[in-house]
Design a protein around this ligand. Structure first.
Ligand SMILES: [Fe+2]
Ligand SMILES: [Fe+2]
Length: 355
């Protein structure tokens, strides 16, 4: 671990960890500042590094750039030798950070080499390198694994305990959804969430949104058709061809009702996520990347065993558009072969994706 190696090598008088209120380069963190601070504290304790947690960013209450934090500490400790620790995976982008010169006049960069990233300073910026090479772990990769429901071995046990106890990284949502589903549907939901996260991670898109949409996509699947119909009507869910759907394939209504209940009962507010859940069965002629991710993940989840499912799964991780087009074709052809009704929206999706 970078922190432990830096503490061993430098033997600093004081170590401060700086949880970000929010990162200027990333989306709003879903876990609270205090949960993240507690996990960081637990990681430091696990590595036996006596470290304090800085509440500087929290107190400021606004997005803070590194140069601002370091200027603050330079002001607090004018005579100190200050090091700012980072992995070499951050070096290539360092020149794009706000005011790198100010950062370097407040502190020295202390860099741990990560496999596959530059071994020397990038862009001519001076840096002190720690001895050794550190595993390639990215916070984005760790979070994606946690959203999938895995706890990677890089997460120290004390932090893993906090994650489990507090239901962080969607643990609580996962539990609430699964408690409402039978074992088969629960297994499918988890399988779908894993594939959705993998698809999102393969494209560098939002793994959390993919995981949430996949977790709730079949939330209403086990409600009986009459109840589905009632909810669609009373909540005015705007299901296209509602009367015909009620008559010929009422189970299709679960997509809209799942999205509706995800909002009403589970507190999912993100409209992109709710739309992806609502579109998971029939798709839509103008699907977003997240819509396609859930459409394909539902169809090709590892628990699906129809001929071609494994091929579709592999394709999804390489070419999502092609997988969505193939998936829509497979669905439509299966309905036609088995003499079932094809919903006009499903047909429209298939034609659009394959045009
Ligand atoms: Fe479904
Ligand atoms: Fe499903």
């Amino acid at each position: 671990m970078l922190l432990a190696a830096a503490a061993r090598q430098l033997r600093p008088h004081r170590t401060l960890l700086l949880p970000a209120l929010r990162s200027p380069l990333k989306e709003e963190p879903a876990e609270s500042f205090s949960d993240r601070a507690d996990m960081l504290r637990a990681c430091a304790a696990d590595a036996r590094v006596p470290a304090g947690i800085s509440l500087f960013e929290k107190r400021r209450g606004v997005t803070t750039y590194t140069w601002q934090a370091l200027l603050h500490f330079r002001g607090l400790y004018p005579a100190a030798e200050i090091y700012f620790l980072m992995g070499s995976d951050c070096l290539p982008g360092f020149g794009r950070w706000r005011r790198p010169d100010s950062i370097l006049s407040s502190a020295r960069l202390l860099v741990g080499r990560r496999k596959g990233f530059p071994a020397g300073p990038a862009g001519g910026y001076p840096a002190v390198f720690l001895k050794g090479v550190f595993p390639e772990v990215s916070s984005t990769g760790l979070r994606a694994a946690l959203y999938r429901g895995d706890v990677p071995r890089e997460v120290p046990p004390a932090a893993a305990r906090i994650i489990k106890e507090r239901g962080l990284y969607l643990g609580r949502l996962r539990e609430r959804v699964l408690s409402r589903l039978g074992p088969g549907r629960a297994a499918h939901t988890l399988a779908c969430a894993r594939l959705a996260c993998d698809i999102a991670a393969s494209r560098g898109s939002d793994a959390r949104a993919a995981a949430v949409a996949a977790l709730v996509h079949d939330y209403a699947k086990e409600l009986d058709p009459r109840r589905l119909e009632k909810i669609c009507r009373s909540a005015g869910l705007g299901v296209p061809s509602l009367e015909e759907t009620v008559r010929r394939a009422p189970q299709l209504l679960h997509s809209w009702v799942s999205a509706h209940l995800a909002r009403a009962e589970l507190g999912v507010e993100d409209p992109r996520v709710l739309r992806a859940a609502a579109r998971h069965t029939l798709g839509h002629p103008s699907m977003s990347e997240l819509d396609k991710t859930i459409f394909v993940a539902d169809l090709a989840a590892p628990d699906r065993t129809f001929p071609g499912a494994a091929r579709l799964r592999r394709l999804a991780l390489r070419d999502l558009d092609a997988a969505a087009a193939l998936g829509a074709r497979m669905k439509t052809e299966w309905l036609r072969r088995s003499g079932r009704w094809i919903h006009p929206l499903g047909l429209e999706t298939c034609l659009k994706l394959n045009s």
